[in-house]
Write a protein that binds this ligand. Structure first.
Ligand code: GDP
Ligand code: MN
Length: 397
């Protein structure tokens, strides 16, 4: 589950990570009030107005702007709220901005130059360990840094039995070229950040930039935080932060009926039981010259009601040109799934306008094929994997 920058910063701050302070506003007037309050609390007279959407690259898209007085706060907030923000990380249509974060300006002049770094905490899947990834090249697109100057990206792996050790935090500060007060600040920042990552059950923390201010403070200026969905049952306070407006409407609906659905760009909808079989089915579709329109695992109870719900979800995607149902009947018998498909098809009247290919394998597979073939519906049945692929090819042609 992804969060907004302001929510990510709230979580970081609750673990003692220093963050650029800010207040959320939903309209221009609230933004002015927020700016006044920040001036009182921090002494800042300049503010940054930051669009809150689930996508990075907001600065490039015109969603992050500096305001040097209250009039500017009002006009900038007024123009950003309600705008359709297009960034390198959104689709071409962009995302509607519902709220902004009014933040203190932290790039003020002082004894030394402000300096931007990159830092993320994530799981290294090949070693099974968390790692801190960091770079002197902050504020930039990290993918570009990785491509052009990979030697400027460092990683620090953490042994789960000891956690982050003090020498590792010092190594990070050293590699970032810090000394004196800023060095100490950075070691504190890294330790608090790692603790926050572990204790919030996060998948990803990406702080770009981490800023060393002109008076040697180290703080998170941005925060991309993603919490592990599987941990939300024990992190209720984070679960409440979910912003459904930022998520795919089809995925939201699928989750509401308990289906494990991921929206993809292709043209063949698929309905499968089991995540592994779903992955294999997506490969099958590709081999047949199609592109999967979704990942959908209907789980272990593929009865008529569930099949119908799955149909409805798949058909919401206008790009779907065919549907492939690939179910292994282990506990659930194939004939019951077949009956479910036939019943769902009949219940939905003429809502289903695309060809359907059904492959049922396992207990009572032959009986299932009979039910499908005798139903009189425009449903193609297949028993072998290859047969299903051929049928997909046939209907796409
Ligand atoms: P992103 O573009 O979505 O990654 O949004 P960020 O939160 O990273 O902000 C984009 C850029 O705005 C940063 O890289 C900074 O250069 C700039 N920025 C953020 N906060 C301040 C600030 O307080 N003062 C000034 N002058 N610039 C800021
Ligand atoms: Mn950023």
């Amino acid at each position: 589950m992804n969060l907004h920058e302001y929510q990510g910063k709230e979580i970081l701050a609750s673990f003692g990570v220093r963050v650029q302070r800010g207040i959320v506003a939903h309209n221009a007037k609230e933004a002015v009030d927020a700016a006044k309050q920040l001036t009182q609390e921090t002494g800042t007279s300049w503010h940054v107005i930051k669009a809150q959407i689930h996508a990075g690259g907001r600065g490039k898209g015109g969603g992050v702007k500096l305001a040097k007085n209250l009039q500017e706060v009002e006009s900038i907030a007024g123009s950003i709220i309600g705008m359709n923000l297009i960034t390198p990380q959104t689709s071409a249509t962009g995302k509607k901005v519902h709220q902004v974060l009014v933040a203190e300006d932290v790039y003020y002049p002082g004894d030394s130059e402000p300096n931007e770094f990159y830092m993320s905490v994530l799981l290294n899947r090949s070693t099974g360990r968390n790692m801190i990834m960091y770079s002197t090249e902050g504020g930039m697109d990290i993918e570009q840094v990785a491509e052009e100057t990979p030697h400027l990206i460092f990683t620090e792996e953490i042994d789960p039995s000891t956690g982050l050790l003090p020498f590792q935090a010092r190594k990070v500060a050293f590699n970032l070229g810090l000394s004196g007060a800023a060095f100490k600040e950075m070691t504190r920042f890294v330790s608090a950040l790692y603790k926050a990552y572990v204790e919030s059950d996060a998948n990803l923390f990406e702080i770009n930039p981490v800023l060393k201010t002109s008076d040697d403070k180290v703080m998170a200026v941005d925060a991309k935080v993603s919490i592990d969905d599987n941990a939300l049952f024990r992190r209720k306070q984070y679960a409440e932060m979910r912003d459904l407006r930022e998520e795919s409407p089809i995925e939201v609906e699928a989750r509401a009926v308990g289906l494990n659905y991921v929206d993809l760009d292709g043209n063949v909808g698929c309905m499968v039981n089991g995540a592994g079989l779903a992955m294999a089915t997506m490969d099958l579709i590709k081999m047949a010259g199609g592109e999967p329109a979704n990942f959908l695992d209907v789980g272990g109870t593929a009865d008529a009601k569930r099949v119908e719900e799955a149909f409805r979800i798949i058909l919401k995607d206008p790009a779907v040109k065919a549907i492939l149902i690939n179910i292994f009947g282990g506990i659930v018998r194939c004939d019951r799934v077949a009956q479910g498909v036939v019943d769902a098809y009949k219940n939905m009247g003429d809502a289903i306008k695309v060809p359907i290919i059904v492959r049922l394998q396992g207990t009572n597979a032959e009986l299932a094929k009979e039910i499908i073939d005798n139903s009189g519906l425009a449903v193609h049945s297949a028993v072998q994997f290859q047969e299903a692929a051929d049928k997909v090819k046939e209907v796409l042609a």
